[in-house]
Design a protein around this ligand. Structure first.
Ligand code: AMP
Length: 968
């Protein structure tokens, strides 16, 4: 007994040495403590039996506060069976709880004289019950949690120099369903001090993300994720239903969807605040409130639109972001050209367009009798070309007027807000008198090659007469050729005519207001021989010809006006052919969803201007280099645009000394990326092209490329997390295929991962697939293709389609599920092509659910129309996330060939050859030796990655299985 006391005091002595401290115990935010023995002030009140077994004692912590703990040290007697049972621990809704125990355990060898029955382990049990006050539970009713051994026992190495470590072990109990449970510790003859017992469960602490509030959530009972729907914070609304997953270890994962502040509110940290007076926000978006546009104001908070100042208006088509505007002033400087009974009117645009670019013109026509009576509307007989109202150019041709009539034309300028203004429209007026006919007097002075004509001018010319125009042509030949002559006199001799030929002559006057009407046609035949005069030289034939004669020519002139603007030749001239205006489809139409290849552009700089925002270099702060791209370094840094919050960005720069082609290829990535807007596609923030170096700015993806990220985190994710990753990639690819964009180089190395584990498709450069990708190899047809990721038809005859992207997506699935393993391992490209052609497909990675491997196999269908579309893939993955039990069936991993003789061969067979040295130096040289290897031994020998530990232990199990088969 004395010995026991001595050992016990030794244990107690060490408590102060260990300095357990309540005060310093700060538990992680996502752990909720159900029981903590260290915080109990009085007796813990646990049940110990038999009475000479576990004993409750009080020790002082380093602050001299008493602390309760239990110890037992009956090492001198055999057949010990000492139980210590906690009080009832309510589980508080948790399905999985964790038990953290801190204890010290004496090494039997360090206790002189103890018999061989001395133990160095103890057992931990639990019993679920709704009854909080059970005083007896049968030993056989307890469920065993584990046998606990010390990592570090303590040994007395010298008097007063003892080495002791506090052991900490954590075990978990899953799938709890009753109100609570009791914990029990069974000692079977060891020397133990139970310093502290803490029972806790994990939860995902309440969080606000993307303006959605997620409640405190208790983690699931098994390792599945718990899907949680977020609620939009006050004054925000759902853009896409927000949800996240609460993982087993209390972390939030895979955020999907988001809320945005509603109109009149803007985001401030995790809430929405009202737009301040003088600012507004029109839509539910993640923009900030903007200053009221010109000529508008918002006197109150929460404005979703600013009100126009008096005299200013906003048309129905105007967005709230547009300035308020007013009607235009009157058109100016009208001029006209009269042409018989048609008049062409032109004017200058108004000085003040009212602040708008949509000015059009309306023309009103009034006929004025000139006898004192009032002017009246012209009526429908008058024609306006191209139209009377809504003219976009400052000109109009008015035809079919009456000859010799006074007209008054008023022209109004109109814009999108003219109808909203109560004031009369501003206009300018022109008064015109239409043309009069010329009275032609024929003097029949003919020779064999000339004719002399004389005429009277019009009685009331519209302005001073400038000249007369004589037109003539051979009878019936008008369409082939006619001649126009001009003179200021009222007589003309036309020479150079053919003898004995009939000609048609017509005359009209031009005043400074335009042309009058033609007089009627007169026909004259030249003589066959020279003669001075035919008939009486004094005889004059007077023909006053009707206006009708001019109509044919008028139609021709009008046609000229319409087709070629104001240039209408006298001599029959060929019209310019219609200029064909080629619409090259380069400008993205609003709502258009089709990707436009930058090569469609003759000028690549135009593509950049159309699709990428130019960023001022002073808004960018480069912080560090994070990678190397084809054209230069990739850096991370920050971007602060005016009235936007600062964000982290990745900055790709074009190295100095580039050729024009390199610049074009470099920027092509931005003109492609700039056309996309999707949460799973890397977002382009803009480009810097106006100064050097030329840069492409994209959102920053904290976890870099997916392949490296997976290798670094081998085995760390649950299947649901991996499916979440795959869902994101599929959703991005669906968007690209909907836009008819074919990626051609989809691979984990070209996916980027951000801090929320959201994956985004990247790498869109034009030359990349061919030049940049180290995986790309030359095919027999000369192209460079990443063979392992590419569909057979794309390798064979370059048939790249969204269906070939689906094939690559299947390979990405395989990369993800195998944590970045190289597809087809070390097989050569040629062997891969051959194997695929013969029907071989990659087997399921370890621990891969059957359904996922099946989906991969579907993506690798030989016939491309048999492969699923990206939309179907997204739906399938969504279903799996909603129903995680469908992921429980793991694919039958084709068991590695373990007919191996040595440990090295075995490690190679399970693809863990990198640990050969670790095994050898730890003394594992025969297969027998590894059959009982434990997790802690693996850790000790340096196999620390959970995924690798799992692979090795499952390899050990296969060895066991093979061994037992042989025995059978
Ligand atoms: P790339 O030229 O696009 O292949 O980029 C080269 C490397 O830079 C990638 O493998 C990534 O590691 C890194 N990188 C590129 N873009 C980003 C980004 N937006 N965020 C974080 N890292 C990036």
């Amino acid at each position: 007994m004395a010995l026991v006391w001595m050992y016990t005091s030794l244990l107690i002595f060490h408590f102060s040495f260990l300095k357990p401290s309540r005060a310093l115990r700060n538990y992680p935010e996502n752990e909720v403590t159900l029981l903590d023995s260290m915080s109990a002030l009085g007796d813990l009140g646990w049940e110990a039996y038999p009475p000479e077994g576990w004993e409750e004692i009080s020790v002082m912590d380093e602050r001299n506060t008493p602390m309760r703990s239990y110890q037992v040290c009956n090492v001198m007697e055999a057949n010990q069976n000492n139980w210590l049972r906690t009080r009832h621990i309510a589980r508080d809704g948790a399905q999985r709880v964790y038990v953290e125990i801190k204890f010290t355990l004496r090494d039997c060898n360090s206790l002189p004289g103890v018999p061989g029955t001395c133990k160095e382990t103890f057992n931990m049990f639990y019993y679920e019950s709704n009854n909080p006050s059970l005083w007896f539970i049968k030993e056989s009713q307890y469920v065993k949690i584990d046998t606990i051994a010390a990592d570090e026992s303590f040994t007395q190495t010298d008097v007063g120099d003892r080495v002791m470590k506090l052991n900490t072990e954590v075990r978990d109990i899953g799938n709890l369903s009753k109100k609570g449970f009791y914990l029990a510790f069974q000692d079977v003859g060891a020397c133990i001090a139970l310093v502290s017992v803490r029972v806790f469960y994990k939860r995902c602490p309440a969080a606000v993300l993307n303006l959605a509030r997620f409640p405190d959530t208790v983690t699931g009972g098994d390792s599945a994720l718990v899907e949680v729907h977020g609620a939009c914070v006050d004054d925000s609304e759902e853009v896409e239903a927000p949800r996240m997953y609460c993982s087993a270890d209390g972390g939030w994962l895979v955020p999907i969807g988001r809320c945005a502040c509603r109109p009149g509110f803007e985001e401030s940290k995790d809430h929405c605040q009202p737009c301040s007076p003088g600012t507004y926000k029109a839509a539910a978006s993640d923009e900030y409130c903007s200053k009221c546009p010109p000529h508008s104001h918002a006197h109150q908070e929460t404005a979703d639109e600013c009100t126009c100042e008096s005299g200013f208006y906003r048309s129905r088509a105007d967005t709230p972001a547009m300035a308020c505007t007013k009607p235009p002033s009157a058109p100016e400087n009208p001029v006209y050209t009269l042409n018989d009974t048609s008049v062409s009117l032109e004017w200058d645009p108004p000085q003040d367009g009212g602040g708008r670019g949509d000015v059009t013109y309306d023309v009103r026509c009034r006929k004025c009798p000139g006898d004192g009576r009032k002017c009246s509307p012209c009526g429908s007989g008058v024609r306006f070309l191209p139209r009377q109202l809504g003219l976009t150019s400052p000109r109009v041709l008015v035809s079919d007027l009456l000859a010799d009539t006074n007209y008054s034309f008023s022209v109004e300028a109109v814009n999108g807000v003219s109808d909203l203004s109560p004031t009369a429209r501003q206009q300018v007026t022109v008064n015109i008198t239409t043309g009069q006919t010329v009275s032609v007097i024929l003097k029949e002075r003919k020779s064999k090659d000339s004719v002399t004509l004389a005429w009277h001018g019009p009685d009331r010319p519209d302005g001073a007469i400038v000249e007369y125009e004589v037109i003539y042509y051979e009878k019936n030949q008008r369409d082939q050729n006619y001649t126009v002559l001009k003179t200021k006199a009222t007589v003309m001799t036309v020479e150079g005519l053919k003898p004995g030929t009939t000609y048609v002559f017509r005359v009209r006057a031009r005043t400074d207001g335009g042309y009058g009407s033609y007089g009627g046609e007169i026909e004259l035949e030249t003589s066959h021989e020279d003669m001075l005069a035919i008939g009486d030289p004094n005889q004059s034939t007077i023909l006053v010809v009707s206006v009708a004669g001019g109509v044919v020519l008028l139609i021709f002139l009008v046609a000229c006006f319409v087709v070629s603007g104001r240039h209408c030749g006298y001599i029959k001239a060929k019209q310019d052919p219609d200029e064909e205006k080629v619409q090259r489809g380069r400008v993205k139409l609003p709502g258009s969803k089709t990707y436009i290849h930058p090569h469609t552009y003759e000028d690549p700089n135009q593509a950049i201007r159309d699709f990428a925002k130019e960023i001022d270099a002073s808004c960018i702060r480069i912080e560090r280099v994070i990678g190397a791209g084809e054209f230069g370094e990739v850096c991370s840094g920050r971007l602060k645009l005016p009235s936007k919050r600062e964000i982290y960005v990745a900055i790709k720069s074009l190295k100095a000394g580039y050729t024009e082609k390199q610049r074009r290829d470099f920027l092509s990535e931005a003109s492609i990326m700039g056309q996309f807007d999707h949460p799973n596609i890397i977002r382009l923030e803009g480009v810097v092209t106006k100064c050097k170096p030329v840069m492409i700015i994209t959102e920053y993806m904290e976890n870099g490329s997916l392949d490296t990220f997976l290798k670094k985190n081998d085995g760390r994710f649950t299947v649901i997390q991996l499916v979440g990753i795959l869902r994101g990639i599929a959703s991005g690819m669906k968007y690209l295929s909907d836009m008819s964009y074919v990626h051609r180089d989809l691979a984990a190395r070209n996916i980027l991962v951000n801090s929320n584990l959201v994956c985004k498709v990247s790498d869109f450069g034009l030359s990349r697939v061919l030049e940049d990708d180290p995986e790309a190899a030359y095919t027999t047809r000369g192209g460079k293709i990443p063979i392992r990721w590419t569909a057979p038809e794309a390798i064979a005859y370059r048939k790249f389609t969204s269906a070939s992207d689906v094939w690559s997506y299947g390979i990405v699935m395989w990369e993800v599920m195998s944590y970045g393993e190289r597809p087809y391992w070390e097989m050569s490209n040629q062997d891969v092509i051959k194997a695929i052609d013969e029907g071989y497909r990659l087997p399921a990675p370890m621990d891969c659910p059957v359904v996922l491997h099946q989906l991969m196999l579907n993506c690798w269908e030989k016939g491309r129309s048999d492969r699923p579309k990206f939309g179907q893939i997204v739906n399938t993955l969504d279903k799996l996330i909603r129903n995680p039990s469908s992921l429980k069936d793991l694919a039958n991993v084709s068991t590695p060939d373990l007919s191996v003789g040595t440990v090295d061969e075995w490690l190679d067979a399970i693809r863990m050859g990198q640990y050969k040295e670790n095994f050898a130096s730890a003394g594992y040289v025969t297969l027998d030796a590894i059959l009982y290897i434990s997790l802690s031994e693996l850790s000790k020998m340096g196999v620390t990655l959970v995924g690798h530990q799992k692979k090795i232990l499952s390899g050990v199990q296969s060895l066991h299985a093979q061994g037992s088969q042989v025995q059978v």
